[in-house]
Design a protein around this ligand. Structure first.
Ligand code: BG6
Length: 468
């Protein structure tokens, strides 16, 4: 097996394993179409799947995806994308599939292989690529979840590293390519006013909610192997924590950012069962692909500590769930109240003390809440938000950005092996311990046990619908 690095040369083909699947349909084809519209997709796109499809079926499938998840507003770009498509049918455990792929690739020298397939097949495909000589100068793009726990992540990393060099492995966490999340890094380190208060002396707690008002949407078989903790908390929410908690990078460049965020994962205290509340929405067990007595959580709330100089003793509360009351992602950095209660309504007596709020989706905003006096004789006031909105419609979608970056060898927005393993180390202790699952009503804010988890430090802030 040859492990020549892909360097920074542009990939000369995109190979899409799982081309007939859900991820390709919802995210990847619209991203490829957007790239075609911008004129930056000019290499063959080879789809691979087990279904015995012909090109007409594949082209129709791609066109349907774009109709449904984007908009056909540029026919020449659509035709261009369709003209780049090729298809290889075959089983991933059959070496013949990889030889057929090699034949289809012809003169291609530096393919990028995108694994949009169930995680259980990653290792088989990576080994198949290596054995067929398709890894030389190539890149591999792997979807999350990268492993199911620490041991499987380590073994997957070692398979991947036996075939590809680390700088040719692109582990996707699409949250890293969201504008509002990249703004966390920018906002923290492009401003000087935050640093003095950004620590255990002024921050009482931090909470992050990623809520969705829809269910598992036909992904029962996948979700049964994952659950909320593995699906979004160990990756998406942990990445947000890392950007909020990291030390300033010491030099310009993403290598420094990777180093600092990995340090945060390494400083996170391993979870213990009392730190976690799991819930399941009513009716989950009747979803297709879900076991009748499934104990898989569709809601998860947890309390996390980062054992570092900066964050000692500050609790981080994370929560996510399907079928909650709103679709939104929001961070509240709760500041401590003033040391002396000079006014009748001083916090914490009357509501929250000052806080910083980052709305990350569906819109993007930053708000700083501070109290101001109400007109009149009494020294009482209200908490008002000083408000910065930053919505940029028309920006690249995360998948478009990530695909383009991976194909040019830019690993800035991808996760590193040591970061992934450190994040698994934090959640590993609660993955295999027995737990109680608390049922909750659809379109509620999850089971009430989650409120008890945060009670010592206040309450959850439920992101509002129209709130920016
Ligand atoms: C994916 C999860 O990684 O992220 C989904 O598998 C979840 O379950 C999704 O819905 C959320 O991403 P976004 O970009 O829609 O917030």
């Amino acid at each position: 097996m040859n492990k020549t690095s892909s360097g920074t040369a542009r990939s000369d083909a995109l190979v899409l394993f799982g081309v007939t699947g859900d991820l390709a349909h919802k995210k990847i084809f619209p991203a490829l179409y957007a790239m075609a519209k911008r004129g930056v997709l000019n290499v063959p796109v080879v789809g691979i799947a087990t279904s015995d499809w012909n090109m007409t079926q594949l082209r129709k499938h791609v066109t349907d995806s774009i109709k449904q998840f984007s908009k056909i507003d540029d026919r020449p770009a659509l035709h261009h994308l369709l003209s780049l498509l090729r298809y290889v049918a075959g089983n991933y455990s059959d070496p013949g599939t990889f030889y057929a792929l090699r034949k289809t690739l012809g003169n291609v020298r530096r393919p990028a292989h995108y694994l949009a397939i169930p995680p259980a097949l990653f290792a088989t495909v990576i080994k198949g690529l290596g054995a067929a000589g398709l890894a030389n100068q190539a890149r591999v793009i792997v979807e999350k979840p990268f492993g199911r726990d620490l041991a499987s992540a380590q073994s997957l990393n070692s398979v991947a590293r036996s075939v590809f060099q680390e700088d040719s492995i692109f582990r996707i966490d699409h949250y890293l390519a969201k504008e509002a999340i990249m703004n966390l890094l920018y906002f923290r380190f492009a401003n000087s006013f935050l640093e003095p208060i950004w620590n255990r002396n002024y921050v009482a707690s931090v909470q992050i909610t990623l809520s969705e008002d829809f269910g598992i949407e036909g992904r029962g078989a996948f979700y049964e192997t994952a659950g909320c903790l593995r699906d979004v908390i160990q990756n998406h929410l942990f990445q947000i924590v890392a950007l909020l908690a990291m030390e300033p990078p010491t030099y310009r460049g993403f290598g420094a950012v990777h180093g600092e965020t990995t340090d945060v994962f390494q400083a996170m205290r391993a979870l213990n069962p009392d730190d976690v509340v799991r819930g399941q929405y009513a009716g989950y067990r009747n979803e297709p692909g879900v076991a009748k007595h499934s104990n898989v959580e569709t809601f998860c709330a947890l309390r996390l500590f980062i054992d570092s100089w900066r964050w000692e003793g500050v609790p981080w509360y994370l929560r996510s769930g399907k079928f909650l009351a709103q679709t939104a992602t929001e961070v509240i950095v709760q500041l401590k109240p003033p040391p002396q209660r000079l006014f009748a309504d001083s916090a914490p007596v009357s509501g929250r003390a000052n806080y910083l709020r980052f709305r990350l989706s569906p819109n993007s905003a930053v708000a700083l809440a501070a109290r101001v006096k109400r007109a009149g004789k009494d020294f009482v006031g209200d908490q008002r938000e000083l408000y910065l909105v930053d919505e940029r419609p028309g920006e690249e979608t995360p998948y478009e950005r990530l695909l383009g970056d991976a194909m040019t060898g830019n690993g800035a927005l991808f996760t590193r092996e040591d970061a992934v393993e450190a994040a698994w180390t934090v959640v590993d202790p609660v993955l295999n311990t027995p737990y109680q699952i608390h049922p909750y009503r659809r379109h509620s804010w999850g089971p009430k046990q989650a409120n008890a988890l945060i009670a010592k430090d206040g309450s959850w802030h439920n992101p509002g619908p129209g709130e920016a």
